[in-house]
Write a protein that binds this ligand. Structure first.
Ligand SMILES: C[S@@+](CC[C@H](N)C(=O)[O-])C[C@H]1O[C@@H](n2cnc3c(N)ncnc32)[C@H](O)[C@@H]1O
Length: 229
């Protein structure tokens, strides 16, 4: 199977995601759509200026389409971590993969230039404790001057409108993408809404560990770049 041999396991037992959620996640976007979205996103985050030999790791990388984009952009040292081996196995490319928990990373101290997260922090089950564990790990593995970059759902008027649309069954029944989004949110609702409800805590914790370079909330997402304190 593609990529299988390159997965280093940090966990004893194989952990998968919820099947229903995974089905909705895949129905929401094709890999091609996801790759196009990630490419636009990385460019908007300034990826054109990052050195191509930077040590980059994407946490919560899922099926690895973010890694595909990093490689397509010319980055030569790319790694990915996710709890789900099933999703990691869908990736085929040259990045090194680790099946593990992002709350306890096994990377060396000060070994990465860029730590990237695209939609993973809102899956953490215990807030604020789990977020603090991840941020401490990110801080530990970043080289001095290294950057923590993430994109996560964020409560904005746009997102409130999307949630409202998801609640209207006539809309979800005639728009498959909206139905997939509805199902995905349903599958992760506990952590998702807990995350969305704790904006102040999230910002305070980011400020505790990182010097903010960018913090933009748009279209229901927070785009964040911080440098280790
Ligand atoms: C919404 S998906 C995002 C995947 C990918 N970044 C993307 O945008 O397509 C969230 C991912 O986080 C992973 N995950 C959840 N909790 C995790 C943890 N504690 N450590 C590592 N990965 C985790 C799940 O397996 C899932 O692949």
């Amino acid at each position: 199977m593609a990529g299988q041999k390159r997965i280093t396991s940090w966990v004893q037992t194989e952990i998968g995601t919820d099947e229903e959620w995974e089905r909705a996640y895949k129905a929401f976007e094709t890999p091609e759509e996801e790759i196009a979205k990630f490419k636009k996103r990385l460019i908007s985050l300034g990826a054109a200026d990052w050195p191509r030999d930077a040590d980059v790791v994407e946490l919560f990388c899922g099926r690895g389409n973010g890694l595909v984009v990093l490689e397509e952009c010319g980055f030569t040292s790319v790694e990915g971590v996710d709890l789900s081996k099933a999703l990691l196995k869908e990736y085929s490319g040259n990045a090194k993969l680790y099946a593990g928990d992002c709350r306890t990373l096994q990377f060396q101290d000060m070994s990465k230039d860029i730590v990237l997260v695209q939609g993973g922090l809102h899956h953490l089950p215990i807030l604020p404790e789990d977020l603090e564990k991840v941020l401490l790990e990110v801080q530990r593995i970043l080289k001095p001057g290294g950057r923590f970059i993430f994109v996560e759902p964020w409560q904005t008027p746009f997102l409130a409108a999307v949630h409202y649309a998801c609640s209207i069954s006539v809309l979800t029944s005639c728009w498959p993408k909206l139905k997939a989004l509805h199902d995905m949110i349903e599958g992760e609702k506990e952590t998702y809404f807990r995350w969305l409800g704790q904006k102040k805590m999230v910002v305070a914790m980011l400020d505790k560990y990182f010097l903010q370079e960018k913090k933009d909330a748009r279209f229901g997402k927070l785009f964040y770049i911080g440098v280790s304190r």
